[in-house]
Design a protein around this ligand. Sequence first.
Ligand code: PGA
Length: 263
Amino acid sequence: MAEIVILPGSPDEAKAAAGELAADLIARVVRGKPDAVLGLATGSTPLPVWSALAARDLDWSRVQGFALDEYVGLPAGHPESYRAVITREVVDTLGLTPTLVHVPGDDGGEIATAGQRYEAAIAAAGGVDIQVLGIGRTGHIGFNEPGSSFASRTRVKTLTEATRLDNARFFDSIDDVPRHCLTQGLGTILDARALVLLAFGEAKADAIAGAVEGPVSASLPGSAIQLHPEVTVLVDEAAASKLRFADYYRYAWDNRPDWAHWS
Ligand code: PGA
């Protein structure tokens, strides 16, 4: 089922509430499966999820993690490499076991075959139980920019200039933002047992409308979520502002059956 939850209130209130709901979903998975496999996302959007989870009483010692993506070409140990970001924002915040958390390309092997090795590592871990997703203005999930195949697996991609501009805030200059990345494919993401996509702010409204209401198209890679049977979309009013059926989503959430997984 797809659940579209529009969180009311100020931007900060909505982010905190979305973080709590995503944490509810993840906590349920971790309680039921101590060696659960989490799909981890970077960017500003998932930060409320990690802070909400940090406040929960959960045993993280056996939980495994696989990041969605990584830049290609940054010097090892660069503070904005997604390895460093995941360590800082997720591993350290939650107290995950560092050796159980993986980022594409971090095994020291060749970049050209890193995607296949990453896919094999995810499969060996038993597949991703729940994947956290943000969405870019271009509609990307992971770094699957427009044109990405819905069947794609982890591989090297070229970032759009829009994405490089959006991410330049983390670097001294846009010239420092890599042009290439390794990213889980849309097919990889769709293999996760559950997806939780979060988006906040007006700048994400078009991407959310396209992802949730379609058409399903490689031109808006986030629309791939419509093909997944277990998706939760958590958005604030601004990110929801272009949803055609927003009133229905609010109604459905307000009247969610008490046997639903949220109860
Ligand atoms: P953001 O990035 O959370 O920093 O907005 C989302 C994304 O690009 O997927």
